[in-house]
Design a protein around this ligand. Structure first.
Ligand code: SF4
Length: 274
């Protein structure tokens, strides 16, 4: 059983009586770390049969759970979810470029790297499924909480031009730019071919002297501009990637989440290219 399946047996109140900061952390400890499910006084053991009765469930052990889910992230997700329940989606939708579903479902609909996202007062679904990684939830909730600002201008700047970005420049380079460059070195055509699956549009005649350039709406009001220079083996130049941001980007997301958006883009591009 996965944590997101087990959590449905809890009341999701994050009361902490089980010794965990949030129900999701407890669910991960039970399903992945062998924790006793009866530590939550609100779950009804008859609902999940004898899956956890042997005491041998959870092959990773509790130490392994820390790797799976960072308590800090889980707490933050719970906090952001509570805050989101106070937002009037009908009013918020336009400023962040989302569609409001209408009063019956009362949720926000948007695209995240070409995937369908539904943000409701109960949680987030991506392509109709619960979100496994709390970091995706954090950035999507943050995007809603930022409540938008001036529309993007398509004046592009590098991470180094954003305030307080010094510590993030290396993260962006290592986990996004170098990852894409290394994987797609010598494969410009493949990079272009799979770009539409990320919601990306390849520019026909990029002004820069690069091999390919892409306009990628990571989120409705959060476009990225990605430049790719393929390797030149004879001259000894490796492939290179540069990610540019709209100069209004920080009206829509904090810098931590922004770097995570870029990491996600790299992971997805590489995944699709395999
Ligand atoms: S005891 Fe733990 S799992 Fe149960 S509701 Fe409270 S926080 Fe959630």
């Amino acid at each position: 059983m996965q944590p997101l399946e087990f959590i449905k047996f809890t009341p999701r109140t994050n009361c902490g009586e089980c010794g965990y900061a949030a129900c999701l952390a407890f669910a991960a400890a039970v399903t992945k770390g062998g924790e006793n499910p009866r530590k939550c006084p609100y779950v009804d053991p008859s609902q999940f049969g004898d899956e956890f009765s042997s005491g041998k469930h959870g092959k990773d052990g509790l130490e392994g759970v820390g790797k799976l889910l960072d308590d800090k992230d889980v707490e933050l997700v719970a906090y952001l979810k509570r805050k989101t329940s106070q937002i009037d989606f009908a009013t918020a939708a336009e400023a962040i470029g989302c569609t409001w579903s209408g009063p019956e479902k009362d949720c926000l609909l948007l695209q995240y790297f070409g995937r369908d996202v539904e943000i409701s007062h109960d949680g987030i679904l991506i392509d109709g499924k619960d979100v496994e990684d709390p970091r995706d939830q954090i950035l999507l909730y943050n995007y809603v909480h930022f409540a938008g600002g001036d529309k993007p201008t398509q004046e592009w700047i590098g991470m180094e031009s954003l305030p307080n970005s010094i510590s993030k420049i290396r993260t962006l380079r290592v986990y996004c730019e170098e990852r894409i460059a290394e994987f797609f070195a010598g494969k410009t055509d493949l990079l272009k071919k799979i770009a539409p699956q990320l919601g990306a549009e390849a520019l026909k005649n990029p002004e820069q002297s690069c091999s390919a350039a892409f306009f990628i709406p990571a989120l409705p009001r959060l476009p990225l501009f990605v430049l790719f220079w393929d390797e030149e083996k004879e001259d000894g130049f490796p492939a290179k990637v540069k990610v540019l941001f709209d100069q209004k980007v920080l009206d829509f997301l904090d810098i931590e989440s922004l770097v995570f958006v870029c990491e996600r883009m790299a992971e997805r591009w590489v995944e699709l290219g395999k």
